[in-house]
Design a protein around this ligand. Sequence first.
Ligand code: NAD
Ligand code: ZN
Length: 376
Amino acid sequence: MALRENTEIKRKSNLAVKSTYRNFPMVPRVVFGTGCFEQLGEILLPHRKNADAPMIYLVDDVFEGKDLPNRLPVIFSDQVIFIPADEEPKTGQVDALVEQIRSNHQEIPSGIIGIGGGTLLDLAKAVALLLTNKGSSSQYQGWDLVRKPAIYHVGIPTISGTGSEVSRTTVLNGPKQKLGINSDYTIFDQVLLDPNLSIGVPKDQWFFTGMDCFIHCVESLNGTFLNAFSQSYGEKAMDLCKEVFLGDLEAWESREKLMMASWHGGMSIAYSQVGIAHAMSYGLSYLLGIRHGLGNCLVFNQLDDYYPEGVQLFRKMLAKQKIQLPSGVCSNLTEDDFNTMIGVAMSMEPLWENALGPDWRRDITADILLEMYRKI
Ligand code: NAD
Ligand code: ZN
């Protein structure tokens, strides 16, 4: 039986057994538009508690010495902390930042503002949560373990694709695994979408982070968890990705559309899940530190059997944008290395279940994953 038909049947059987439905929060406030970054000061003002309760800006250090920090509405005891995005966020890093903020200020901050890509957005979410919840961030990796609401937190993306700006998770590398803090309290209180902030993103990075969004769409739209809610967002995000990566848009239009694609792609997976590329990419990230967007692309390029149409489209986008994927990434790995990656990938059960249905273990074996990893 063709995989697609198979997925269709599994999707129906999945739907038939559902009796309760998740009640999801959404970002309550969003401002969109070129130049809206200038409104940040007035947006933050009503949320300032007093002069000793600062706004803390966590800013990607790619902006250090540039114009952006001068445009931040820094007053009273506000603090700007520049953070490199070379590595994806870690639980230890979150704990250290929380400690630093606590010791630098007399009062708990009025708010945390994350400015950057998925790395900085996730750090901002996690720091906001850990300022009100005791202990280490690693204690909260998992589903719905957070007890208290976070402090006010704002997300300002400067590169588009991850959907972190709308998601209820912050993905952290912890002592045991790479896993999100999934919680209703993780969601940003405010998001500011200014397409001009993504001017200057290097082309390769633009493509890889953008493909994170495209892959969210493919995995959501072809998953067994799909419902009309996810589909409506996923299809819109997919159309926008096609315009951006296969069309000939003006630069400003491409920035605007990719920003909205990221938003819709993120909304699409809220009610479904990602799939095989993400499960296997977590393995690459855990063992080799390969970034999320690139890792997804490397895996997705091997998934012809699972997402045939998506992979064809992906290759067209690679060609149109003249992007060369690295090769031989797994060529010098040992058997233990492969086993580690396979273990991490296989532990992502909901992702496999979304991709292939509840009996996914019948279709996916360690040998199948090994063969795909070897080709990367
Ligand atoms: P990133 O934040 O890691 O940034 C990638 C690179 O782009 C960095 O070098 C950064 O400095 C640079 N950059 C960002 N904005 C720039 C700009 N305007 N000009 C020049 N350079 C700029 O990349 P990402 O792909 O957005 O995020 C990846 C992270 O997001 C991973 O940690 C992943 O786990 C996480 N993620 C989270 C979610 C979620 O729902 N929370 C979803 C997907 C991915
Ligand atoms: Zn992703």
